[in-house]
Design a protein around this ligand. Structure first.
Ligand code: HOZ
Length: 438
């Protein structure tokens, strides 16, 4: 970093970070939280309410990380807190089926077009890992296509040219992942059907499926170009492979029916997480009955979990989806995301700082670079990460918390009212103006 990262304002976070590093690798339980993409001390968060979080030094921030997407209603939403409290009072886990699991599964079936059955797990990683196993079980094939810059959690087979923390830290593929586990992972270029066709040409009878973020969210937000998702569907149909939409991030963030409803393309398997747990740990994989009935105990594909379908997570997810489906809520969310991105764009133009913005529904990104809307990892990696760091800390100084990496998404919540958004835009004007003098 050539600019100086402010550190003196966060003595408590600094001392917690020092203490954390002694007992937790890098002081964090997920690498992007370590602020390696922006430098300085990670903020230790004490509490959240509505659109705000407070750090351990007592600073208040407008939060656009929102736990990396799940908190679409904002922090500690009263209906979610109430639902979790009521569930906890009745027992936190049974390792047995409950009514709540059926209610959440029914809600998801009702909302997501391709889904007739759902299996709940505990994280997005578990969801994608299980989705691959299912695609392989259904087709009897072993190879999987993924895209450079897409991130599907940290399962071995998917940790190949991945986005998110792997991209932020500029890591090569992770040590510990064996050649054996990744030899069946084929990598194509996002938004480039020719690269996918080339793989099918080479392995016409060996590809079990394609896994894709229907809107790239883990290299910053990279929307699909027209025809890309439709093209993937057609290729899967032509070669009898399965199409897996990883909607852990896009599910209930780009449309109430997920990206598959927004773009009108039906995958064979959908993975979910984040919003369906309302801020509690959850994941799910889902699809048509004919595919999901391959899962044990109906079918032979084995997958299990002690805390799967946990009543606290199910309650928080149900409360969240119920609130989201109330009339007008979705349109309000999207209008707010649009106002925010439009205001930040104006601030950048006023300051003469070159940026490229992307937004799909309630997910958005601000890339510090010139040119057209990025369509691939090759495009976004041109972004000026040092400028992003400058922007990040400038906004922190003004009480606004964006993701501590250029290669992550921003998220809107229902708690971010007009006043909060206008304050963010003012902060953006000040920060970008200051950056223009650098
Ligand atoms: N997978 C998340 C970002 N895309 C990071 C989760 C976290 O660090 O909490």
């Amino acid at each position: 970093m050539t600019f100086s990262v402010p550190t003196s304002s966060f003595p408590t976070s600094q001392s917690l970070y020092d203490r954390a590093r002694r007992v937790i690798p890098g002081g964090v339980n997920s690498p992007v939280r370590a602020f390696r993409g922006v430098g300085g001390t990670p903020l230790f968060i004490e509490r959240g309410a509505g659109p705000y979080v407070w750090d351990a030094d007592g600073h208040q921030y407008i939060d656009y990380v929102l736990s990396w997407g799940p908190l679409i209603l904002g922090h500690a939403h009263p209906q979610v807190v109430d639902a979790v409290k009521r569930a906890a009072e009745r027992g936190t886990s049974f390792g047995a089926p409950t009514r709540l699991e059926i209610e959440l599964a029914e809600m998801i079936v009702d909302m997501i077009p391709s889904v007739e059955m759902v299996r709940f797990v505990n994280s997005g990683t578990e969801a994608t890992m299980s989705a691959l196993r299912l695609a392989r079980a259904v087709t009897g094939r072993e190879k999987i296509i993924k895209f450079e810059g897409c991130y599907h959690g940290h399962a071995d087979a998917l940790l190949v040219r991945a986005g998110s923390g792997v991209a932020t830290l500029g890591l090569p593929d992770s040590p510990g992942v064996t050649q054996g586990t990744t030899q069946d992972t084929l990598v194509a270029r996002y938004n480039d059907l020719t690269s996918v066709e080339a793989l099918f040409d080479r392995y016409p009878d060996e590809i079990a499926g394609i896994i894709v973020e229907p809107v790239g969210g883990n290299m910053g937000v990279v929307p699909p170009v027209p025809g890309f998702l439709e093209g993937l569907r057609a290729l899967c149909d032509r070669y009898a492979a399965l199409l897996i939409f990883d909607e852990v991030m896009t599910g209930f963030r780009v449309h109430l029916g997920g990206a598959q409803a927004l773009y009108n393309v039906r995958p064979d398997i959908t993975t979910l997480g984040k919003v369906i747990g309302g801020g509690l740990p959850v994941g799910a994989y889902a699809g048509p009955r004919a595919i999901m009935e391959h899962v044990a105990p109906v079918g032979a594909m084995y997958q299990a979990g002690t805390l799967s379908g946990n009543p606290l997570a199910m309650s928080a997810g149900l409360a969240t989806l119920r609130a989201l489906r109330e009339p007008g809520v979705w349109d309000t969310l999207v209008a707010r995301a649009e106002r925010l991105t439009q205001g930040i764009g104006q601030a950048a133009r006023d300051a003469g700082v070159p940026v490229v913005q992307t937004r799909v529904g309630t997910m958005f990104s601000l890339f510090f670079m010139d040119g057209d809307t990025p369509t691939s990892w090759d495009d976004v990696k041109r972004a000026d990460t040092e400028r992003y760091a400058r922007w990040f800390w400038g906004m922190i100084e003004r009480g606004v918390y964006f993701a501590p990496s250029q290669f992550e998404a921003g998220f809107m919540s229902l708690a971010h009212d007009d006043g909060v958004i206008e304050r963010t835009i003012e902060a953006a004007h000040e920060t970008l103006k200051e950056m223009s003098n650098d």
